[in-house]
Design a protein around this ligand. Sequence first.
Ligand SMILES: *Cc1c(COP(=O)(O)O)cnc(C)c1O
Length: 479
Amino acid sequence: MSQASNEQPIRAEACWPAHEARVDTLASVCALLNRVVEDLPHKAVAPLCDLSNVRAAVAAFDFDAPTEPLTVVRRVVELLEGGMVHTMHPGYFGLFNPTATFPGIVADLITAHLNPQLSVWSHAPIPVEIERRVIAEIAALFGWPANGTTGHFTSGGAEANHTALLLALTDAAPGFAEAGTGAFSGAPRIYASADSHLAWLKIAHAVGIGRDALRLIGTDGRGRLNPEQLRAAIESDLALGHRPVFIAATAGTTNAGMIDPIGACVAIARNHRLWMHVDAAWGGAVAVLPKGQTTLVGIDAADSITVDAHKWLSVPMGAGMLLCRHPDPLGDTFNVAASYMPASLDSIDPYTHSMQWSRRFIGLKLFLSLACMGWVGYRTLVQHSLDMAAELRSRLTASGWNVVNDSPLAVLCFTDSTRVLDLAAVAAHVVSDGRAWISTARFEGRTVLRACITSHRTATLHLERLVRALDDARQKVAP
Ligand SMILES: *Cc1c(COP(=O)(O)O)cnc(C)c1O
């Protein structure tokens, strides 16, 4: 028998093993993964790995001959355990990457198994309607009416922000969809604070207005956009013959969790007829709490909002949302009719109202989390992060650290209260020690240590470990 015909059945089998083998393999994989996640708190948050070892380990997988799936899976998971920053670890105080909810994880398993295609309604009516329901519920959190509100799931916040800017440009100049920026009499200008998420730079490039179109407005000494400077920048652009189009207020800055004065931005946007967007990628989750209305005051007047489900709402990556207050802009911006796409007459086909064409069932992760945990579960999750942040603040202060931001959300920026320290070295010591993961950021002109509560599994014990790791690092770094 030739080698090829020998290999044939093995290949086919790994692609789609027999029913019993699939069930057994899935059970083993789930058991393995749950053991790994369970053990994480006793392991280093960020294992040390060396580039050449990483490359060699990856190169060692043999694609020339099939290997039994569980053998490959065990090896991959073992490599992952020692080869990534563990965002599922309760000692990860990092960049908004959450410990995923269990229903969210199950949702991705379902999506991968059934692989629905959400580009047109008729291909996946239940998935499309499930996403529509979740989008409407999230929009209602921000005080938006059920009627007229539109939106969809995105890969993340950057795609949602990109979408919002396209809506604004299409709305501002009727010919923009066809002619691009040539449809504008003056060069389009957009505004966000210096502490906004700098995906705006890439987005400005991608939509064709160029990075220079982004005006970064100064902050007020507390990390929030300064509305006086915003007004002045718009007036000066108008005087130069430019065309102001879009304001993005950030609700929950990445460095310090600060919330721009949304109401003041809305007033300026209305006065100059600009599109008002709120980038609430991380901070939007606070709207699940009754006091969220106060924290995000003014957000109901926005034209569009970005919220990431894969940040504080804690579903696995990638899951963002773009919400639009008006019924027409999404269709005006994204409508195309392709002869080979089945048309749905009574309902909106997602591919005609969003950037993506083929669409994964992103929304199931949030739907399943909501259906299993209820709003009460989300209120508990968000409130827990706020409680942990408040506790961390007092522990840091008691240990001689000086918290310099006053965010209503769950992120702390701090420095040493007595000495000038190399804070990047402090953060590096904490990370290499393995007990916790933190980083540095710039806040109001200085470098700070930054600790964000991102895991719903973070408890007092992990705060104690973080503060101890910081205190030890300070000893090592102190001049
Ligand atoms: C994370 C974040 C983004 C980018 O979102 P991705 O999901 O990473 O694409 C944009 N804006 C803010 C305020 C963010 O926190």
